[in-house]
Design a protein around this ligand. Structure first.
Ligand SMILES: NC(=O)c1ccc[n+]([C@@H]2O[C@H](COP(=O)([O-])OP(=O)(O)OC[C@H]3O[C@@H](n4cnc5c(N)ncnc54)[C@H](OP(=O)(O)O)[C@@H]3O)[C@@H](O)[C@H]2O)c1
Length: 321
């Protein structure tokens, strides 16, 4: 099969095409002929930064795919050859074939193309796990997402609105802020020009999904209402922060964090079951849509990474296989 591998830590040029042996499904695995793979910031960080893990030989990036089931392990119960699915994977998506635990495959939602479906798993699973499960977000609450036009941000805005919440975001340009408001955010703060604390503290936020960390950590605590929850999914501005613990105690705040990729398949299968029951119908009704900024052929994965690193995109970047 064809695959794009990370040959060493470095710039986009370290992504190279390779001809590799096609995987064979065992146990409860299905073999998927990949139609499309989502590009995620995590792929870029795995490629470029030692802090995000050592490379295991020629590692194939890619955390989400869509495609057609082409072969079945002996214990597969749900899927049959020819079924179209999308799947959450822990690497290996930038390739023409991928084997995966059948429980991590989901049907293509009604009204969504096979290519669009590749944009869903990583963002939907991450938002569901952090915002709705861990942070127990409820209808009527105020939600803040930093990086509102990231792949994660665009999905979070839509999932919160579909669940009856109020969305506040930050983003780095006026164009990005406008996009967030057009998507339904009550307010989008251009954090490069305005101080989000002075704007959002009087409003009060119940749940924050944060990928920035650094100096924003204390600021996040300041905009939270009593019993507010702050969930980290990354710390792109710095992994170390100084916080006022008295504020945390006085307002009974909670700080959590999670990484989806290293969790075991049982954990992810639990999320998949909940998401298929509760979020897939909302996608089927058109309340949540994949927002795709650009599609590249698999061979141009390096260009897809260059675009992501430019941070000029809004929504998802996809590789068509
Ligand atoms: N923990 C998990 O399980 C998990 C799962 C999925 C994603 N994530 C994380 O969630 C974040 C979003 O992922 P994604 O794939 O949706 O990324 P993405 O589409 O590339 O979006 C990232 C956006 O974040 C904003 N940003 C803010 N501070 C930044 C900084 N210091 N460096 C670069 N960008 C910065 C940029 O927009 P502005 O112009 O508005 O600044 C950028 O466009 C990433 O940090 C990713 O690692 C974590």
């Amino acid at each position: 099969m064809k695959a794009i591998v990370i040959t060493e830590k470095g710039g986009p040029e370290v992504l190279q095409a390779r001809e590799l042996a096609q995987p064979v499904p065992t146990g409860n695995e299905v073999l998927i002929r990949v139609a499309a793979a989502g590009v995620n910031r995590s792929d870029v960080l795995s490629r470029s930064s030692i802090a995000y893990g050592k490379l295991v030989n020629d590692e194939i990036p890619g955390l989400e795919i869509s495609g057609t089931v082409e072969a079945l392990g002996p214990e597969v119960k749900r899927w049959k050859i020819g079924d179209q699915v999308c799947a959450l994977i822990a690497g290996g998506g930038y390739a023409t074939y991928k084997t995966i635990d059948e429980r991590l495959c989901l049907p293509i939602p009604v009204g969504i193309t096979l290519l669009e479906a590749a944009a869903l798993p990583e963002t939907v699973f991450t938002v569901w796990d952090n915002v709705f499960k861990t942070s127990r977000f409820k209808a009527g609450e105020n939600f803040l997402i930093h990086g509102g036009t990231s792949g994660i941000g665009v999905m979070a805005i839509q999932m919160i609105l579909a669940m009856g919440g109020h969305v506040y975001t930050t983003a780095g340009t006026p164009e990005k802020c406008k996009f967030c408001k057009d998507l339904g955010a009550t307010l989008a703060v251009n954090y490069k020009e305005e101080d989000f604390v002075s704007i959002l503290k009087p409003i009060g936020i119940d749940v924050i999904l944060d990928m920035t960390g650094g100096e924003n950590t204390q600021k996040n605590l300041e905009v939270l209402k009593p019993n507010g929850r702050l969930a980290f999914i990354n710390a792109m501005n710095g992994v170390k922060s100084e916080i006022d613990i008295l504020l945390l105690m006085a307002n009974r705040l909670q700080i959590t964090g999670s990484m989806l990729k290293p969790q075991n398949n049982d954990f992810k299968a639990g999320l998949a079951w909940e998401i298929e029951s509760l979020i897939w119908p909302l996608i089927g009704k058109g309340e949540i849509k994949p927002v795709i900024y650009k599609v590249f052929p698999l061979e141009q994965a390096a260009d897809a990474h260059r675009l992501m690193e430019s941070s000029t995109h809004i929504g998802k970047i996809i590789l068509e296989v």
